[in-house]
Design a protein around this ligand. Structure first.
Ligand code: DQA
Length: 145
């Protein structure tokens, strides 16, 4: 049987992880997180497709692609687009592939403008506030769907 494929999509400014406000987002880079996910994916028999873009449309195209590719699920950290993007809300609702929302920080404990999540309103579930480890928790959750 083919391995389960999980897309891991990362939005704006997450390419700067490790340098960007480490007191909020931690010192792991996105490459570090990719490495942790690869290790965990091997343990649980999944394949991951990890990407990052600063452009909203790329994230939308990749959500569509995840479904066309037969992915089991998508982990999505949409960065600030989480709080602004009706287009991402529509994209998630447009595909049958379940989406797990991930955030390193806990947006609910931060500025009021981060309390609304268009991604969360359409996602299967959300993991936030556990730093880089949240991606691993989300991978386990996604693999078990
Ligand atoms: C974030 C939280 C968002 O509010 C913020 O805009 C980000 C990162 C997180 O992973 O904690 O860019 O998604």
């Amino acid at each position: 049987m083919a391995e389960k494929l999980i897309y891991v999509l990362n939005g704006p400014n997450l390419n700067l992880l490790g340098l960007r406000e480490p007191e909020i987002y931690g010192s792991d880079t996105l490459d570090d997180i990719a490495g942790m996910l690869e290790d965990r994916a091997q343990e649980i028999g999944c394949a991951i497709e990890m990407r990052q873009s600063n452009h909203e449309g790329h994230l939308i195209d990749w959500l569509h692609e995840a479904q066309a590719d037969g992915a089991q699920a998508v982990l999505l950290n949409a960065g600030a687009f989480t709080h602004t993007s009706v287009a991402l809300y529509d994209a998630i609702r447009s595909i049958r592939t379940p989406v797990v929302e991930v955030h390193l920080s806990n947006p609910h404990a931060r500025e009021a403008f981060r309390h609304k999540s268009f991604v969360g309103m359409a996602a299967k579930g959300t993991i936030c506030g556990f730093g880089a480890r949240g991606y691993l928790l989300a991978l386990d959750a996604a693999a078990a769907l």
